[in-house]
Design a binder for this molecule. Structure first.
Ligand SMILES: [Zn+2]
Length: 793
């Protein structure tokens, strides 16, 4: 396992220390030998917050209470027997029973705004803070019991909670309390194994030494004797919150609960999580409410992938899990490839798992909005859930050093607002991670206000980064197999499809042969690829002593009008713009030689056969699973392209270009393929002295600098012997104050933007320039031949 990201300290260390009391060893908790019904709260636990005011208590008694396992006496308002009688528990917990405190009038008869006038629910219980480290080290653990207290306090401060400590005046309609209760074993084992339940339960009877030892043997989790009790409440809180929302007893709700849940797996506690609160709640809702709550969307915006949630519903067609998280190629916690975009569910659940894996930290509002607009909302609308549960970790929030992202409270509000359009507004928010007290408080407040009806704040930044657009594009392409709303769709039978760039090159080759008798040059290859066929074409006189123009170009540009609905490109709505052909025509008409080099952006591996030949009988390189998978996906430019291009340029130079010492050589570079020429000039000592001129067209790709520390005259030579057309929209022209470096060659600002337009526009200038230099060179060569003098420099 990689170094655990979750154990890195968050900013919580910067917060003022607690007015802590004694750090003496705690006496064994009263329940140490309690063998009663696990569904009952341990007898020493105070009743829920209703009987007192959590905001009014002294600062969270992290040390004293947690270490001693005893609550401050003033919090116990009911006697032990009262607070824990089954009757009382049932009464307190039964939001749904006929005699519950939720009256029919509250739910029904709201003329005009039957849902809008319902209250938003809040679940919070001080007893969830009792789970803490049994022997805190000097570093405060990021999953700190104060996390939920700070969120609760923030809600009070905003006047949203009817609490003695709340700021006045209160909101016209305050949050409606939803009591947490202990989840039952029966409920928890809907998701977890009985052994796992028994294991967590067993920690309540362990010695401190045992607990500390246990912590060392597990992945990012700590225990004390109250861990089990807090975990039952956390899961029970999630259940009650989701039930209250699904039953429309509240408009929507937020559960400020801990310990979190989304990493907990069937048989494993990990990543600060013991029981997986949200999946348990989802299953309970499905079981209790049937068709009223069949389809559930779990949206997980915690910065970590919710491996436990994904596993719980991987085969389930009725639970759609969408997670936006930092993946870092499997290096970010919880690690591995499960959080990658190609994990889409299995069996009946295929397509009901959507991972949006950010390649790195540092993602912000524009990125999350982009993911929501392009993937989350279209898929969620198509899924049409009966209930939305947000696994709401706030560790992607700005200020959380553990997450390292920059999501603002306004963005959390916007995401909540968008999700509220689903499931008739039935949204239950359940806290997961988030370790900077200030960030989680502000974020949770923004989410809660939105749930209550306040419009989200405006966003400061809405543009996505390139990392985000690429990731989201890939996810769309992957999910297009399962969702009608996801376009563009990849080819259905990708294995036997031809890449269009290969088809076009074949067509170009035929055209260049028919018109100018250009034929392929033999290029030695270590592997066969369709993309290399016809890659280098040459006129018949390529070896004669005439001026030679070597053209390095990208595959020709396609122009098309995609179908407005399907985004599909159709053959009759596409055009191939091939201005290069006019350049070849002119070169041939002048009697010069030409070598035309096509640099594919992607090497098509082994797809030589276009019919379903059995792969075993195929004599070319074997298709790997990755090749097959890769075909039909969106693909970037091959990362090896610059190196491969330079190798090809070297090979051509040695075998086909440098034939005669005194021949005139010109290079024409179109698009990013030009990089091969540049590297040749830089890396081959004194090669530039053999070249008479270079023309290059740059639209979007970087303008290449030609400079070398060992060849001091190279830059000057380049400036004197080049013609570099750069599109007017290129970033090079943005810097008004500084003149571009001479290392970029003789620059011309083109009034066009695409390569094709530029090549058409500047054709006369290029032809004139090439002709002058070619003729000049021919004259000079003749003079030199007469004088028998050495080459000019
Ligand atoms: Zn997290």
């Amino acid at each position: 396992m990689e170094e655990d990201e979750d154990t890195v300290m968050g900013e919580s260390r910067k917060l003022p220390p607690l007015p802590s009391s004694s750090l003496t060893q705690p006496p064994p908790p009263a329940h140490a030998h309690h063998k009663g019904d696990p569904t009952l709260a341990p007898s020493f636990l105070p009743s829920a917050h209703k009987s007192q005011s959590p905001g009014s208590e002294p600062f969270p008694p992290r040390d004293s209470t947690l270490l001693t396992g005893m609550a401050p006496p003033d919090r116990v308002k009911m006697s032990d027997s009262e607070s824990n009688s089954i009757d009382n528990l049932v009464k307190r917990d039964s939001l749904v029973e006929i005699n519950s405190d939720w009256s029919d009038e509250e739910v029904m008869g709201r003329a005009g705004l039957p849902v809008g006038s319902l209250a938003t629910g809040l679940c919070y219980d001080v007893r969830m803070r009792y789970h803490c480290e049994v022997r805190p080290t000097s570093d405060v653990h990021p999953e700190d019991p104060r996390r939920i207290y700070y969120i609760y306090k923030e809600l009070c401060r905003a006047g949203l909670v009817d609490d003695a400590e709340s700021t006045r005046p209160l909101a016209p309609q305050t949050l409606k309390r939803i009591d947490a209760r202990n989840a039952t074993e029966e409920e928890i084992t809907l998701i977890h194994s009985e052994a796992h339940f028994a294991f967590v339960k067993s920690t309540q009877d362990m010695t401190d030494d045992d607990l500390v030892y246990l912590e060392r043997t597990r992945d990012s989790i700590y225990f004390n004797r109250l861990t089990f009790a807090s975990s039952l409440l956390s899961t029970g809180g999630a259940i009650e919150t989701c039930l209250a929302v699904a039953r429309r007893q509240v408009k929507n709700a937020i559960a400020v609960i801990r310990p979190p849940g989304h990493h907990a797996e069937h048989d494993t506690a990990m990543g600060f999580c013991l029981f997986n609160n949200v999946p348990v709640a989802a299953r309970v809702c499905q079981n209790q409410l049937g068709d009223q709550c069949r389809k559930i969307l779990i949206l997980d915006w915690d910065v970590h992938h919710g491996n436990g949630v994904q596993k719980a519903f991987y085969n389930d067609p009725n639970v759609l899990y969408i997670s936006i998280h930092v993946h870092q190629n499997g290096k970010f916690y919880p690690g591995g490839d499960e959080g990658d975009w190609d994990h889409c569910g299995a069996g009946a659940g295929l397509g009901k798992n959507v991972n949006i894996p950010w390649p790195d930290q540092g993602m912000g509002d524009g990125d999350y909005m982009h993911a929501f607009q392009k993937v989350v909302m279209p898929i969620a609308l198509e899924f049409d859930p009966d209930l939305v549960i947000i696994s709401a970790g706030f560790d992607a929030a700005a200020g959380d050093v553990l997450g390292g992202c920059f999501v603002s409270p306004a963005c959390y509000a916007q995401m909540t607002h968008m999700l509220m359009t689903l499931a008739n507004g039935k949204v239950a928010v359940c806290l997961e991670g988030g370790y900077n007290f200030r960030s989680i408080s502000k974020s949770a407040l923004a989410v809660t206000k939105t749930l209550m009806g306040e419009p989200p704040d405006r966003l400061l930044k809405t543009a996505p980064t390139r990392d985000a657009t690429e990731t989201v594009g890939r996810v769309m392409n992957m999910q297009a197999q399962y969702w009608r709303c996801m376009y563009p769709k990849p080819p259905q039978h990708p294995v036997w499809a031809d890449r269009l760039h290969d088809v076009l090159r074949e067509y170009q080759a035929r055209q260049l042969y028919d018109s100018f008798k250009l034929t392929p040059l033999y290029i030695y290859r270590t592997k066969i690829s369709k993309s290399f066929e016809n890659q280098v074409l040459a006129s018949a006189n390529y070896h004669e002593r005439v001026p030679l123009v070597v053209i390095f170009h990208d595959p020709p540009e396609l122009m098309g009008h995609p179908d407005p609905v399907t985004n599909r490109l159709e053959a009759h709505n596409c055009w191939l713009a091939d201005v290069q052909k006019e350049y070849v025509a002119w070169i041939v008409s002048k009697g010069y030689a030409v070598i035309d080099v096509n640099i594919p952006k992607h090497i098509t591996h082994a797809l030589v056969c276009t019919f379903p030949t059995p792969i075993e009988n195929f004599s070319g390189p074997r298709l790997t699973a990755r090749d097959i998978q890769a075909t039909g996906r969106y693909e970037d430019e091959d990362e090896n392209r610059p190196t491969a291009t330079e190798e090809l340029a070297n090979y051509l130079w040695d075998n086909y270009i440098d034939f005669h010492e005194k021949r005139e050589i010109f290079f024409l570079g179109i698009g990013s393929a030009f990089a091969g020429v540049v590297n040749l000039l830089i890396n081959r000592e004194n090669l530039y002295k053999r070249v008479n001129g270079i023309v290059s067209f740059v639209a979007e790709n970087p303008v290449r600098a030609v400079a070398s520390s060992t060849q001091v005259w190279l830059s000057k030579w380049y400036r004197d012997n080049s013609l570099v057309f750069v599109s007017e929209s290129h970033g090079l022209w943005n810097n008004q104050d500084r003149k571009p470096s001479k290392r970029y060659g003789k620059l011309y600002k083109s009034n066009k933007t695409s390569l094709n337009e530029m090549m058409a526009e500047h054709q006369p200038q290029v032809f004139e320039w090439l002709a002058e230099r070619a003729d000049e060179a021919v004259e000079e060569t003749e003079d030199e031949a007469n004088q028998d003098s050495p080459m000019k420099e």
